[in-house]
Design a protein around this ligand. Structure first.
Ligand code: FUL
Length: 499
């Protein structure tokens, strides 16, 4: 459970953010809407780390701790380290699977709420050093990072601020020092880290007290020790939570947010799930949403859930509702008590990769003739995956269109659009029309594009296809237009999750 989001401001947010979209959607002259918003150069853009983070598209979460052995989801901190004994632990199997499935980084729960540390920390005895695993000489964080690097995967850590074991939890600066010491060990002892994941849960510790986390100090520590890492929490500062654990980003999804509506990272703030799902087109900071979801009903492995592993087509559904909605998918795969990914999970992951890769391997728009309403940069730039090149109707334009012509016709059921987000996210309304030889017909429309937007449509045959940008807050820039055929008929249900 993340921070609970109280409801009162929900209407306030929708009135502010949603209202702006409604104005744009009414078709009022773009200039009237644009007058109210900042100019191109002042809208937020991603940092290089945020850009790299988003372009990875797929990251794997690994939840593993004493809970794996007790069958619980939240340990209470009283677990004996003697129960932690994953006899066949093989982090290389995790990393190999992640790599084969097309994931680019892995994030390990170095410490969950129960306080048990997966590395031999100097800060507490409540760690692998007190367990029978590898005779108390093991370091799971080391095995994990070595395995990731051997496969060319980046690494990240989850270090729960809520610690139900630490006696000093709730003691103010004493716990801050303890937590910062743990963070420092992780960020200085194991090479480059690309993401640090801060959970919003903030319950009581063993003394019945709560801790007010010193976020400013925590953030400073990460910046100093790993300047290239992005920090996740409900509220950022670099990457925000998408607002639910069901794998669903908003079909409207802005990377920008308004920090005034997010008072403190991880705090009990007034954001609603919907507001996190959608972001804010007027937001002054770039803080894209991360979609964390588990391949199983729980975050940790439970034997009775072996029958409930999401199938390959279900995972493809998650891909559409996360990566395909301008978010990043952080998919959790929990190792078993033996310390291995279960064969069912592995099978689903490999199946997911096959479905996804076979869909993306063929671009039915390749070779199309492209023309545009106006062009600054070749219109045909949208036909290749080189992100450094894009099409724009011009710096002052707030609308424009692109037309693709397929001499042989094209048949597809997935439309992929990508904005050149290194210049910011600006497109607020678009429409896709097709002509199969009997005139233009509307096919799809949407409110945001961002890094990637995947629209599932009924199987469609077209001779011409037009992408009309109806309104953008600043110069619209499209880096990619691609057409695909989905392997599972995923188009049949807009929220298709494969069940
Ligand atoms: C939540 C935690 O309470 C869950 O146990 C899990 O770690 C999830 C990713 O974040 O807030």
């Amino acid at each position: 459970m993340k921070t609970k989001h109280a409801d009162p401001s929900r209407r306030r947010f929708l009135a502010a953010g949603g209202g702006a979209l409604a104005v744009a959607a009414t078709g009022l002259p773009a200039a009237r809407v644009a007058a109210a918003v900042a100019d191109d150069g002042t809208r937020p853009r991603p940092t290089p780390s945020q850009l790299r983070w988003q372009r990875e598209q797929l990251a794997m979460f690994v939840h593993f701790t004493v809970n794996t052995f007790t069958g619980r989801e939240w340990g209470d901190g009283s677990e004996s380290p003697s129960i932690f004994d994953p006899k066949r632990l093989d982090a290389k199997q995790w990393a190999r699977t992640a790599k084969q499935a097309g994931f680019r980084s892995m994030i390990l729960t170095a410490k969950h709420h129960d306080g048990f540390c997966l590395w031999p920390t100097k800060t507490t005895k409540h760690s692998v050093a007190s367990s029978p695993w590898r005779d108390g000489k093991g370091d799971l964080v080391r095995e994990f990072t070595d395995a990731c690097r051997a496969e060319g995967l980046d690494v990240g850590f989850y270090l729960s601020p809520w610690d139900r074991n630490a006696k000093v939890y709730g003691e103010g600066k004493v716990y801050d020092d303890f937590y910062i010491a743990q963070l420092t060990e992780l960020l200085t002892g194991y090479g480059p880290v690309v993401e640090v994941w801060f959970d919003g849960a903030n319950g009581e510790g063993p003394n019945g007290k709560r801790q007010a986390y010193d976020w400013a100090r925590i953030h400073r520590t990460v910046r100093e020790l790993q300047p290239g890492a992005v920090m996740f929490s409900d509220a950022g500062p670099d990457v925000r939570w998408i607002g639910n654990e069901t794998g669903s980003a908003g079909s409207t999804c802005w990377a920008s947010v308004d920090p005034a509506r997010v008072p403190r990272a991880g705090a009990d703030d007034p954001w609603t799930g919907e507001a996190l799902q959608q972001g804010d087109p007027y937001g002054k900071v770039w803080r894209p949403g991360e979609t964390d979801v588990s391949i199983r009903p729980g975050w940790f492995w439970h034997p009775e859930q072996d029958e409930k592993v999401r199938g390959a087509d279900n995972l493809l559904g998650l891909y559409f509702t996360s990566v395909g909605r301008n978010s990043k998918l952080l998919l959790n795969v929990p190792p078993t008590r033996e310390g291995l990914f279960h064969e069912r999970d592995v099978e689903s992951l490999i199946g997911f990769a096959r479905l996804r890769e076979s869909m993306l391997a063929t671009d039915l728009a390749a070779g199309a003739k492209v023309r545009a309403s106006a062009a600054q940069g070749e219109a045909a730039n949208v036909l290749d995956d080189d992100h450094s090149r894009h099409w724009s109707p011009g710096a002052d334009a707030r609308s424009g269109w692109l037309e693709l012509e397929f001499p042989q016709g094209a048949e597809f059921d997935v439309i992929r659009l990508e904005e050149a987000i290194e210049h910011g996210q600006h497109i607020a309304n678009y429409r896709v029309d097709v002509d199969a030889g009997d005139g233009w017909k509307p096919l799809a429309w949407g409110t945001t594009i961002g890094h990637c937007k995947l629209d599932r449509v009924p199987p469609t045959r077209a001779r011409r296809l037009r992408v009309a940008i109806e309104f953008a807050y600043a110069a619209p820039r499209l880096a990619r237009v691609a057409l695909h055929r989905s392997p599972t008929g995923a188009w049949k249900r807009p929220d298709y999750h494969g069940e």
